[in-house]
Design a protein around this ligand. Structure first.
Ligand code: PXP
Length: 249
């Protein structure tokens, strides 16, 4: 069954809107850990629009909290990551004006670069996950780096507006997970997942972790952070159990 990685970036977005010290993404991370999230994800962006370096360091110091640091492969952020030493790094492409990460890495085009960089992180004990679109050539190129994991971009599925697009995107996700698993990669997935669309993705065999942020932080406004995390975990668990009993039937 897929575990839940909770992305707390948008707790910091709310803090930055007023330049206050609250709400604190570190407190949100502790709550998510207590409710049972398997890791906390933060994206330290070049423009520091939400999470800052101090947040990453403080989350790193929370006992029992596995830290997944999402980041672009720039010299500045690589140096920070080497100092902070998160448990895991998810490499993502980053564009200055984007509202959120748009699309996956082009590992095929920059294969030698990612091969060297993933080895540097592995050598200091950091697991690397490469955020890629559900495309076989990108998965194959990723498997030929030192990355242990890939995170499959679920945006095409979560943004599908017609049933036809949704079915096609789901097939692509299922194929991508199968290809990645066959190549021995650990598979994560995420982007745009919410309380309405998470079940189908959580039911795919072979996904180890779903990284979800915006919808959980939004839901927390109405129901509280612990409840928002717990409800997402319940939906994922139900979807996996339903899928398992269908397979066994
Ligand atoms: N995975 C990756 C690689 C991302 O860039 C993001 C957004 O920060 C997420 C997962 C979480 O996406 P969302 O906030 O839409 O749940």
């Amino acid at each position: 069954m897929a575990k839940l990685g909770v992305n707390v970036d948008h707790v910091a977005t709310l803090r930055q809107a007023r330049g206050t010290e609250y709400p604190d993404p570190v407190l949100a991370a502790k709550i998510a850990r207590d409710v049972g999230a398997s890791c906390i994800t933060v994206h330290l962006r070049e423009d520091r629009r939400h999470i800052n370096e101090d947040d990453v360091r403080r989350i790193r110091a929370i006992p029992g909290c596995r830290l997944n640091m999402e980041m672009a492969a720039t010299d500045e952020i690589i140096a920070i990551a080497m100092q902070i030493r998160p448990d895991q790094i998810t490499l993502v492409p980053e564009k200055r004006g984007e509202l959120t990460t748009e699309g996956g890495l082009d590992v095929v085009a920059r294969h030698v670069f990612y091969k060297e960089l993933t080895k540097r992180f592995n050598d200091v004990g950091i697991t690397v996950s490469l955020f890629i679109d559900p495309i076989a050539t990108q998965i194959e190129a990723s498997a030929d780096t030192s990355a242990l994991a890939v995170e499959i971009n679920t945006a095409a599925y979560s943004e599908a507006r017609t049933e036809k697009d949704s079915i096609r995107a789901m097939r692509e996700l299922e194929n991508a997970v199968a290809v990645a698993r066959a190549l021995g990669l650990i598979v994560h997935a995420g982007h745009g997942l919410n309380y309405q669309n998470v079940s189908s993705v959580a039911a795919i065999d072979g996904i180890e972790e779903l990284n979800i942020g915006h919808s959980i932080v939004s839901h927390a406004l109405y129901t509280g952070f612990p409840n928002a995390v717990a409800t997402m975990m319940e939906l994922m668990e139900k979807a996996a159990t339903r899928h398992k009993s269908k397979v066994l039937a």
